[in-house]
Write a protein that binds this ligand. Structure first.
Ligand code: AP5
Ligand code: MG
Length: 215
């Protein structure tokens, strides 16, 4: 299965991608996680991306498309199915992705738009903690780690993402409404879209995704 997850910051894209990986063996590919890995390694791409990410702005299309083209051309993408989390985020990225997949001879199984009110997003992201090592996602109230402040998988101290402060979250939401919602219309027009209610519990969101996808 080859899927795209689209939705506002904090709606649960990463959480659902992890469930789809664990239960269906799909390969999660998160553009945000790739940027954060580049930032950790202080590569030129990472240094450049950080200046946008810290402000809640999108990294320019040409850079993002080039990076994702490289990632999608690797063999594991062809061997397993995948879940794209956070890409495409502009109509130009969606059009570029169509070209990349056509070139690779791969089709999409579906596009899932997860939707939720902005205020829910702000409270979810305020309590999010992530593992800087494996990327595991927690929430201090709704999904706490077994040992406070440490990853269940590797024990690494958890961190708060630098872009999870309220003013940056509000900027990310604005960018989502202006630049990414048109991507939902793009896939709706191509009859590839499934809409899911992201305000439910993670298990219910997962059930809705797997039930409503074609095939
Ligand atoms: P990215 O890393 O993609 O961030 P985002 O889209 O803002 O989304 P998040 O990762 O914040 O949220 P999520 O939907 O994954 O939610 P999660 O599962 O963690 O991008 C970061 C930045 O990189 C962008 O701002 C941009 O600058 C740049 N970038 C990335 N891709 C780009 C692109 N294509 N083009 C240009 N720039 C790009 O869940 C959030 C919290 O809620 C967690 O604590 C979780 O435990 C909890 N939770 C999850 N689901 C539920 C639920 N159902 N109920 C209750 N709590 C829940
Ligand atoms: Mg995420």
């Amino acid at each position: 299965m080859r899927l795209i997850l689209i939705g506002p910051p904090g709606v649960g894209k990463g959480t659902q991608a992890a469930l789809l990986q664990e239960r269906l063996g799909l390969l999660p590919i998160s553009s945000g996680d790739i940027f954060r890995a580049e930032i950790r390694e202080q590569t030129p791409l990472g240094v450049m991306a950080k200046s946008y990410i810290d402000q809640g702005l999108l990294v320019p299309d040409d850079v993002t498309i080039g990076m994702m083209q490289g990632r999608l051309s690797r063999n594991d993408v062809r061997e397993k199915g995948f879940i794209l989390d956070g890409f495409p985020r502009t109509v130009a990225q969606a059009e570029a992705l169509d070209g990349v997949l056509a070139h690779l001879g791969l089709g999409l199984s579906g596009v899932v738009a997860i939707e939720v009110d902005d205020e829910i997003v702000v409270s979810r992201l305020g309590g999010r903690r992530i593992c800087p090592n494996g990327g595991e996602i927690y929430h201090i109230l709704t999904n706490p780690p077994r040992v406070e402040g440490h990853c269940d998988v590797c024990g690494t101290p958890l961190m708060t993402r630098p872009d999870d402060n309220e003013s940056t979250i509000r900027e990310r939401l604005k960018v989502y409404h202006n630049s990414t919602r048109p991507v939902i219309d793009f896939y709706q027009a191509h009859d590839q879209l499934v809409r899911v209610d992201g305000s439910q519990e993670p298990e219910q969101v997962y059930e809705q995704i797997v039930t409503e996808l074609p095939g």
